[in-house]
Design a protein around this ligand. Structure first.
Ligand code: KIV
Length: 264
């Protein structure tokens, strides 16, 4: 069994193999996902909403993410483990190093930060210190109050151009993976083609290099609402292992996401 690495993820993009990603927060689910062959597990700050019952991700702390990262790491043998840097944990250079250091020490192999070109120096700083970085553009939930709600981004030509430009700037600054959330399918395709690094979509259409879902959404057990881009695989398959395996299969063969789970 070969461990997934930044190099193997890049090779998957180059070979046209889709990358499968799911959020995980504990050792038992991490082990189950790993056994089914998921490529990447993400300790997302979505845990604020699906585990803690918060309205958004803003109250999540670095210690929260570190706690769940330690658990996920224990359950993982093959998958690549990415941990979210929570809201305001990378507002200053000092904070960035402290937060990233804690998450890498907890077992992450990469950290994910939300935001555009203003993060370029931060990405360079982290890379220089041995921390691989994943970006997150489009609908960045930590900025929900700036957006005025969880809304599709990049629908106007100007907005779309800006997101593409930011992606290119961050790639140049050392970003090795990018999550694109809630953007039109055509923009997801354009950015994935423009970048050399793997691009993972969630509500970004079928043409990105991989897909990510929040595990509670794909199992249909989220307390609140089910986003349009998500799909309840447990309802379709009847048990959790089959649900995860079906999700992986549908991403790999391009059946997920279809038009019903994408935006124009
Ligand atoms: O926090 C999270 O789970 C995420 C995914 C939705 C990509 O950032």
């Amino acid at each position: 069994m070969k461990k997934v690495t930044t190099a193997s993820l890049l090779a998957m993009k180059q070979n046209g193999e889709k990358i499968t990603v799911i959020t995980a927060y504990d050792a038992s689910f991490a082990k189950l996902f790993d056994e089914q062959g998921i490529d990447v597990t993400l300790i997302g700050d979505s845990l604020g909403m699906v585990l803690q019952g918060q309205d958004d991700t803003l109250p999540v702390s670095v210690d929260d993410i570190a706690y769940h990262t330690r658990s996920v790491r224990k359950g993982t043998q093959r998958a690549f483990v990415v941990a979210d840097m929570p809201f305001m944990s990378y507002a200053t250079r000092e904070q960035t190093f402290q937060s990233a250091g804690k998450l890498m020490a907890a077992g992450a192999s990469m950290v994910k930060l939300e935001g555009g070109s203003w993060l370029a120096d931060t990405f360079r700083d982290l890379n220089d210190r041995g921390v691989p970085v994943c970006g997150h553009l489009g609908l960045t939930p930590q900025s929900v109050h700036v957006f005025g709600g969880f809304k599709v981004q990049g629908r106007s030509e100007l907005q779309a151009e800006k997101i593409l430009e930011e992606a290119l700037i961050l790639e140049k600054a050392g970003m090795q993976l990018l999550v694109l959330e809630c953007i039109p399918t055509a923009l997801g395709q354009k950015i994935s083609q423009a970048l050399s690094i793997p691009v993972i979509g969630i509500g970004a259409g079928p043409h990105t290099d991989g897909q990510v879902l929040v595990m509670h959404d794909m199992l249909g057990i989220s307390a609140n609402y089910m986003p349009k881009f998500s799909k309840n695989y447990l309802a379709q398959c009847g048990d959790i292992r089959s649900a995860v395996s079906q999700y992986i299969e549908e991403v790999r063969d391009g059946r997920f996401p279809d038009a019903e789970h994408s935006f124009n």
